[in-house]
Ligand binder design. Structure first.
Ligand SMILES: Cc1ncc(COP(=O)(O)O)c(C=O)c1O
Length: 406
């Protein structure tokens, strides 16, 4: 029998009752960073601190009015209160296919190539679990969105980290993966526009990745949660625009950042039909689909004109420019990203990422995320989110200037 951990024993002692024995899976899972972060922020606010959180990528701007109205109208219809379709309404599949074709000029078959999700996060976990077995290797770029690791470790697979650095445009060097690792690798995770570095990949990289996946029998899971937050003339591309990609790749999209709908929980998995079907099978054994009014609201969002995205992105661009200018002025060098919700800035000299984030929070109430929360390769950086009102960003930068005596 497994020994109880210290934490389990002390909990049992405090509660004076028998402890439930948790699985190895649960005891091996780290606490989710942003759940911890939310608690820290709440504690500090309760202590009277005026906290400015530039931590999570949780859009502060409202969801489109048409989306809110459609949700309310569909809520009134009692037939929508019943169990929804396991794999989503056909109308939602169709709206996603149309949106995808307009945005990326790729025609998807609505039922075969598309699966609506309760946010893209669950899709990442299920896509990993649908391909990986115990003993397999998942190729994970570092820094990474934490789910890429847990998607593998929960099924007994191991991550092999591919360090990303500024010098190589935060693209993994596929040629440096050892042959014995490649022999066991089943999945290559990619994420562009990238969280946390905000880097974007070009066509040449995606072509190389697709060819590499064909050559080494890998599945690419491309996380494109930030597809629709871009600046100027730049447009991030889909991996499915590369010929042959749908034979080896799936891609995840999300309405969370795209339409400021993070709380609605709408995402989608598109691409390789066998993997789309597998995730649908796994999901229908676990959840019972997306509330129909939310599906109608999602259709409404996907039918909005492109001008809605352009106007919203102009608001983010202003914030990006404030943050980039402010960080550079206080000795935290950074470049203006082309896409995404984050500024990836060097920490001032003499600090580690974690020490700086803690010091800054203590001194100013400004909460940013240490780069190392996304893996060891994030050392030396912090991630600063644009999801706070302009005036709060201005105040945060002013407080930062003050502690640096500028
Ligand atoms: C890279 C990346 N992928 C996926 C997600 C999950 O988004 P959602 O589940 O809201 O669609 C996030 C959220 O922050 C993210 O940063």
């Amino acid at each position: 029998m497994r020994e109880l951990s210290d934490c389990e024993k002390s909990l049992a002692a405090r509660q004076g009752r028998k402890t439930v024995q948790l699985s190895n899976l649960i005891t091996s899972l780290p606490p989710y960073h942003f759940a911890d972060a939310k608690k820290k922020i709440a504690d500090r606010i309760a202590a009277g601190v005026d906290v400015i959180s530039l931590s999570m990528g949780d859009p502060d701007l409202p969801a489109p009015q048409a989306v809110i109205e459609r949700l309310c109208a569909e809520m009134q219809k009692t037939e929508n209160h019943r169990y929804p379709e396991y794999r989503g309404m056909y109308a939602l599949h169709e709206a996603i296919a149309q949106w995808f074709e307009q945005r990326f000029q790729v025609r998807l078959q609505p039922e075969r190539d598309i699966l609506p999700l309760l946010g893209s996060k669950e899709g990442l976990a299920y896509a990993g679990a649908s391909v990986l077995n115990a003993g397999d290797i998942a190729l994970v770029p570092d820094p990474y969105y934490p789910v890429y690791i847990t998607a593998g470790t929960t099924v007994g697979a191991q991550p092999y980290l591919l360090p990303l650095d500024a010098e190589h445009g935060y693209l993994p060097d596929l040629d440096r993966i050892p042959a014995d690792v490649l022999a066991k690798a089943r999945v290559l995770w990619l994420n562009y526009p990238n969280n946390p570095t905000a880097a974007c990949a070009d066509r040449a990289f995606f072509e190389r990745a697709v060819a590499f996946a064909h050559q080494h029998n890998l599945v690419i899971i491309h996380d494109m949660a930030y597809a629709e937050v871009y600046f100027g003339a730049f447009r991030p591309m889909s991996i499915l625009q590369i010929p042959g990609a749908s034979e080896v790749a799936v891609e995840l999209h999300s309405l969370s950042k795209t339409y400021n709908m993070a709380g609605f929980r709408v995402g989608m998995l598109v691409g390789n039909p066998a993997l789309v079907d597998a995730v649908g099978r796994l999901k229908s054994n676990i959840d019972s689909g997306m509330f129909r009014p939310v599906q109608y609201a999602a259709i409404e969002a996907l039918n909005l004109p492109a001008s809605w995205i352009r106007e919203r992105n102009a608001l983010y661009q202003k914030r990006r420019d404030m943050l980039v200018k402010g960080c550079n002025a206080i000795g935290m060098p950074t470049e203006a990203p082309n896409a995404g919700l984050y500024v990836w800035a060097h920490v001032p000299q003499g600090f580690t990422s974690r020490d700086f984030a803690t010091w800054l929070f203590d001194k100013t109430g400004v909460f940013v995320t240490p780069g190392t929360n996304f893996g060891a390769a994030g050392e030396g950086y912090v991630r600063i989110s644009m999801t706070a009102p302009d005036e709060r960003i201005a105040t945060a930068l002013q407080r930062m200037q003050e502690v640096f005596h500028l």
